[in-house]
Design a binder for this molecule. Structure first.
Ligand code: ADP
Length: 167
């Protein structure tokens, strides 16, 4: 059985992440989305458990996709599975720089792990969780960026009683 691990902060999950999850699910028998603690992104809007819950909600109809959390090294987490492939999404050349380095370090730490890059869907190349958080802070419509449940959760974080009509 082929297994993909899609790790990330997912603070919160966006339609760009979902596109990657769907495309990975079309290639692999099983996809494990792993919500991780990224020390460089310590000040998250959502807790690890909240991020997991939102991912479970928006992937509920994808039968081969499961969600997990891990606060250690990805290469250690990967040891839980037989020959897993790590999936990462690439939006721009700036992603490439970072991902290139991380994938080489991961290979050094755990030579059994391969990293596979999926190019972001054309309409999601500009989309990031940080932009979505910032838009949510100002009460902007989020419908084209995140699923409705995620938009509501974001507005909830900023204590906005009035959710825009077109979220
Ligand atoms: P991390 O903190 O690990 O970078 P993110 O949640 O920001 O976690 O992203 C997880 C993965 O998803 C990364 O590989 C990132 O490049 C990718 N990604 C983020 N946004 C998009 C998007 N809009 N389209 C495709 N891939 C994306």
């Amino acid at each position: 059985m082929s297994i993909a691990i899609y790790p990330g902060s997912f603070d919160p999950v966006t339609r760009g992440h979902l596109d990657i999850i769907k495309r990975a699910a079309a290639v692999f028998d099983r996809v494990v989305v792993c919500v991780m603690v990224n020390a460089a992104k310590a000040d998250t809007l959502f807790t690890l458990e909240e991020r997991r819950t939102l991912l479970e909600l928006v992937t509920a109809d994808m039968k081969t996709v499961t969600v997990d959390t891990y606060s250690g090294l990805l290469t250690e987490y990967a040891r839980l599975y037989e020959k897993p492939v790590i999936i990462r999404g690439l939006r721009a050349i700036t992603d490439f720089d970072y991902e290139f380095q991380i994938s080489l370090v991961n290979k050094k730490l755990n030579p059994d792990v391969e990293t596979l890059f999926l190019i972001a869907g054309g309409s999601y190349t500009y989309l990031s969780s940080s932009a979505v958080r910032e838009l949510g802070r100002f009460g902007a419509g989020l419908g084209c960026f995140v699923p409705d449940a995620v938009a509501r959760a974001i507005y909830g974080k900023f204590s906005r009683d009035a959710v825009p009509e077109h979220i």
